[in-house]
Design a protein around this ligand. Sequence first.
Ligand SMILES: Cc1cc2nc3c(=O)[nH]c(=O)nc-3n(C[C@H](O)[C@H](O)[C@H](O)COP(=O)(O)OP(=O)(O)OC[C@H]3O[C@@H](n4cnc5c(N)ncnc54)[C@H](O)[C@@H]3O)c2cc1C
Length: 619
Amino acid sequence: MAKHKTLYEDCDVLVVGGGMAGTGATFEARHWGRDMKIICVEKANIDRSGAVAQGLYAINCYMGMQWGENQPEDHVRYARNDLMGMVREDLGYDMARHVDSTVHMFDEWGLPMMKNEKTGRYLREGKWQIMIHGESYKPIVAEAAKKSADKIYNRIMITHLLMDEAQENRVGGAVGFNMRTGDFHVFRAKTVIVAAGGASHIFKPRAVGEGMGRTWYAPWSNGSAYALPIAVGAKMTQMENRIVLCRFKDGYGPVGAYFLHLKTYTQNANGENYEKKWYDQTKELVGEYIDHHPTPTCLRNHAFIQETIAGGGPIHMVTTEAFQDPHLETVGWENFLGMTVGQAVVWASQNIDPKYTNPELTTSEPYVMGSHATCSGAWVSGPEDLSPPEYFWGYNRMLTIDGLFGAGDTVGGSAHKFSSGSFTEGRLAAKAAVKYINDKKAEGIKVTDKQCEDFKTSIFKPLETYQVAQNEITGGTVSPSYISPIQGLQRLQRIMDEYVGGIATNYMTNGNMLKRGLELLAWLEEDLEKVGAEDLHQLMRAWELKHRALTSQCVTEHTMFREETRWPGYYYRGDHMKLDDDNWHCLTVSRRDPKTGKFSLEKVPVYHIVDENEKRKAS
Ligand SMILES: Cc1cc2nc3c(=O)[nH]c(=O)nc-3n(C[C@H](O)[C@H](O)[C@H](O)COP(=O)(O)OP(=O)(O)OC[C@H]3O[C@@H](n4cnc5c(N)ncnc54)[C@H](O)[C@@H]3O)c2cc1C
């Protein structure tokens, strides 16, 4: 252990993860906390990290309030509709009322925004999306964070949160290790903002073997945003609400600009509009939700999945009409250049020119995230002016652990934030974290050396395990005394895929399968004590796996608890196939007891604040 130096840093605000939410938090913390010490710690390098690493072609959340295009209420209704009623409207409204100011800053900072030549307004791709030349989106927001922080630590993976030993249920910082030097880093902090992105690779991906790593969601998003708070007993919400995406096959290229701007549409292999065919069947399952406009994303997936099961595949995107227009053809290709170059390469390798051949679509493996079209994540306090008492405990975006805040994918209940909304939520969390410190809520935090040393032993254990057990390798990489991170990952993915509603079962699960899944996850957890890492990179893989495994347990517990199929197309409870508003028009909240590792779950009311307020005003 002596070969791993221990380095200490004390600070006021510690931001874990320098993606969209983390850069927003770092920037805003400086605005409110002029004299405070602000540190951002990132697993990769904030210039090119997180889901926006290779750029985006559209900012998916912009109200356009200055031109009267949309109001925050409209966005709340939109997100509520898309999530089949289940969102935290206080959080959604709060994000929406601030998001335009964030986008205006991006514009000032030099992000190339496309403009409508006639109106001078930002060019709309859809009702909420505006188009950008966004290859350099991430370096631009990273620069704002770099200018704001006292220090940015790149290449450090945070593995555990530190807890205050003087006052129960209060955070005290975080620890992790540098993946290049092997140093152990202790960050003692008055507040911690977790902004570590979503979780890919917990369900078995469609692309395995040589294609492994080709997922829609960023492959390096490993669920730390969930595992860190779950491990210390923070409450989580809507973790069952995993997302499945309809995307171009094999490259997962985006479809938003195609649907919205190019006006392309889908059809089955016989050239039929298959969505219509499944209307009656879907109505049987979810009632009037199928008549909502726009059709909730999960229900469109549902028609796709059912049509494929019924033998109507492959499903195609009809591009051959739009691509006859040279302008639209350019937009179609540029869309990939800005964010998913790989899709163009896949098409080239498969001899597909979308001008002459309609490309195939697919539904992805499930991912867990809180900022896109689903809302898994931490249960946080809302803002004081909007939130009902059950949703408010003092500081905006504070988790159920004092001093621990969240933003972006970390935060549950508030879908459709996307890149701009995640940055905005980071700003909101940072403002509240600074207030928490100024209110003297972070006085007298005690973190002993013993707590840190215990974590140090645990963090580097996989290196020791490998060191000892490598001599017992019986063939290839197989040793009776350890499992490698990739072996553990594949085992995890198979459990989640086959028992918790992955692609193997066409997203189907039930109570019995979930029970079995939980048993297998418990065996895996035990075996992960024996994970071995041959170098520092594999040590990172080992900890990513542990975070994924804990996230998966939480997802499975939630899926078991909600005895209905609320989002057909994201997953199905075969034993409860119908949406059940009488019993399940509610949010689910879990807590894992850090001492016993047992989860407890509860239902929490979902308040429809926006329309309630309007009803009240009218009466
Ligand atoms: C494929 C794809 C396409 C998208 N398209 C669009 C779009 O067109 N328009 C749009 O507006 N939005 C889009 N989004 C959504 C947008 O990218 C996300 O909403 C946003 O990035 C979420 O912000 P975040 O900070 O929560 O996560 P991220 O931006 O992913 O940042 C998380 C950060 O935490 C770091 N991290 C993770 N674990 C640790 C750890 N243990 N220790 C230290 N650091 C850690 C990561 O390296 C990363 O930098 C897309 C997302 C994806 C995946």
